[in-house]
Design a protein around this ligand. Sequence first.
Ligand code: SAH
Ligand code: SF4
Length: 368
Amino acid sequence: MKADIRSLNREQLSTHFESWGQPSYRLDQLLHWLYSQRATTWDSMTNLPKGLRENLAEHFRLDGITLARKQGSRDTTQKFLWRLTDGALIESVIIPASPALYGDASDRHTLCISTQVGCAYGCKFCASGLEGWKRNLRPEEIVNQILATETWHRSNQPEGNPSAPTPSDDRLVNNIVVMGMGEPLANYDNLLQALTLLNAPWGGGIGARKITISTSGLAPQIRRLAEEPLQFRLAISLHGATDEVRQQIMPVNRKYPLKELVEACDYYQEKKGRMMTLEYILIAGINDHLEQTAPLAALAKRLHAKVNLIPYNQVEGLAWERPSEAVQEAFLASLERRKVTATLRREKGHDIDAACGQLRLKTEKLEA
Ligand code: SAH
Ligand code: SF4
């Protein structure tokens, strides 16, 4: 299979352009079509000579992703279900500005993206893992979630809407959280290639500090990420502050127990500075006892991390439940008393199956 044009970086593409005797400004024009104009056909690249377009089409694919379903309304949290060229379904969720969860307050839109079809890690509370892992996403399939969301958004704005980006090459998404379907660090190379393309000034132009990678705790890959030149933010899906609690709900904890995970996080911390969040889903009767706030606070302090509490989102077919609001607030207050920076996500998008994997699961059931 030919490589997709949106899986190569500038350097890799310039090798081809040089061998074809094409000047570098032609490459700049191509990159503008790919990442700013979000072109989906070669023929739309009207300022490229026909011969070059034919050459490109002969050597590369230019795949898009198509919208299969959407939930939510404009200007609130919206969830997109995309169909890939092989028919597989993946999800992205766009969350409008304020209050920014992971970046700074000036952020306009955060997009939550997927990195795999399904997930092999089988956390007991998660819809993405329910039917196992199907395949890794390729770099262009990761990148296209941003571009296709922006294209959709632009073509669905009423005339004169001040929140619409005016020039066609303006970025709508300026903050990315890699928290959709799949375990990003289990698709390491494709993820890094995609994020590098999204970060590059000639590509997506999105700052690395505005990109948060969430992992269920793959310790060796966390260390590897610490060696990368780009300063990504890291979110650890902790959900349990002791091995006892964590391994009840996350099988990955048997492979990488807390000690190993936390040592890898220490290392990331040393290399990258204060760039870490601990994600903690509150599940009734499992990890919401106030006793848990002591070990949780100790971990957060050690890692200079803030804690993001997320009330469990009900998944069809799973018996877990979210604790009452009173329990959620008490858990938050206890962490705060222990001098930990913590937030309680008063969940956006609860009503649109915004927890990862839920919309895909429902749609697959309907299509079956
Ligand atoms: N595999 C990675 C990234 C995708 S999951 C990871 O686990 O970090 C993104 C986040 O959604 C994780 O923190 C995950 O634990 C959380 N999540 C999964 N199912 C959920 C549910 N039903 N309710 C709330 N959060 C959920
Ligand atoms: Fe996979 Fe993350 Fe879901 Fe666990 S929480 S099953 S690692 S997607």
